[in-house]
Design a protein around this ligand. Structure first.
Ligand code: ZN
Length: 317
């Protein structure tokens, strides 16, 4: 019995022994395994840390790069702005230069215009646009610069020789030709008259009508105007060679409507403050002034001499 018990204890002891060995083995294995795992974990942690460092380095590098790029963008945009400013300044300078040039050209134009006007004025006889009155006459020795003979086709009487200012003639010819085109009979009865010729006509009238009447209704009250060589007395058919009655003719009507286009105006209209109504008596004052008078329904003697004088440089334009 004792022996059986012993065996049993031995078996138990052995079992315990082996169990302990196994447990020890397991424990050792477990311990080793845990160590190994923890080492591995440590290793992973290190790697992770390293990866983190590398990532953050790369991030830093990238952000540096981005900063760098931003700087460059700022610099470029500054440069661009400067360039734009320069271009704007250049444009302004160019504009200023152009303006100055324009002003210069304008000044040159104005100067040359003034020179032309002065040259024309120096060559234009100021008497041609002078107002004459009962108290202000042309000098008796005055004679126009150059006279030309009016072609006999335009003169009422074949036997009379009529002369006119050389520069007025082309305008008078245009007028008479235009009247002909409109089938209106207009002829020159009398044009340039010297002081002496005029004096003799006037004395004839003085004999006929008396001195008082002759002054008021002389043969032709605007005698100074005839002495200028720019003035004509017109006549038409059906008046038996007389000037009176001209206002009732188609020729007069045509003249009222068209004469200004050729630079001619009626010096002494009805109820003028100077002389009697002289519908036949037409004076050349230049197209510009004649047009101004026609459009304003004014007469030459209504204007101030100062205003008239402005038209002198362009009288023959
Ligand atoms: Zn006359």
């Amino acid at each position: 019995m004792k022996h059986r018990n012993l065996n049993r204890w031995i078996a138990i002891g052995l079992s315990i022994f082996f169990a302990l060995i196994i447990l020890g083995g397991l424990f050792t294995y477990g311990y080793l395994r845990i160590s190994e795992l923890s080492l591995y974990a440590e290793h992973l942690t290190e790697e992770l840390a390293a990866a983190n460092v590398s990532f953050s380095e790369k991030t830093d590098a990238l952000s540096m790069r981005a900063f760098d790029l931003e700087q460059k963008t700022v610099t470029l945009s500054d440069t661009l702005y400067t360039a734009e400013q320069t271009i704007e300044n250049l444009r302004r300078n160019l504009e200023a230069v152009q303006n100055r040039l324009g002003g210069f050209e304008q000044t040159v134009g104005e100067i040359s215009g003034a020179v032309i006007t002065l040259e024309k004025l120096s060559k234009t006889d100021p008497e041609l646009l002078q107002k004459y009155s009962k108290v202000f006459f042309l000098n008796e020795h005055y004679a126009p610069e150059r006279l030309v003979e009016i072609h006999s086709d335009y003169v009422y009487s074949d036997r009379s020789i009529q002369q006119i200012h050389m520069l007025v003639w082309p305008h008078l010819k245009d007028l008479l030709d235009a009247a002909k085109v409109d089938v209106v009979d207009v002829y020159v009865k009398s044009a340039y008259r010297s002081f002496d010729e005029q004096a003799s006509i006037k004395s004839a009238y003085t004999v006929t009508y008396g001195a008082g009447s002759a002054n008021q209704f002389s043969a032709d009250q605007g005698y100074s105007e005839h002495q200028l060589g720019t003035t004509v007395d017109l006549i038409t058919t059906g008046l038996v060679g007389e000037l009176t009655g001209f206002e009732k003719t188609q020729a007069y009507e045509w003249m009222r409507k068209n004469a200004y286009k050729y630079g001619f105006v009626l010096s002494y209209p009805e109820k003028n403050g100077y002389y009697i109504f002289e519908p036949w008596h037409w004076r050349y004052v230049g197209i510009n002034l004649a047009t101004y008078l026609h459009e304003g329904n004014k007469y030459f003697y209504d204007l101030e001499q100062r205003e008239i004088d402005e038209y002198l440089p362009t009288i023959f334009d």
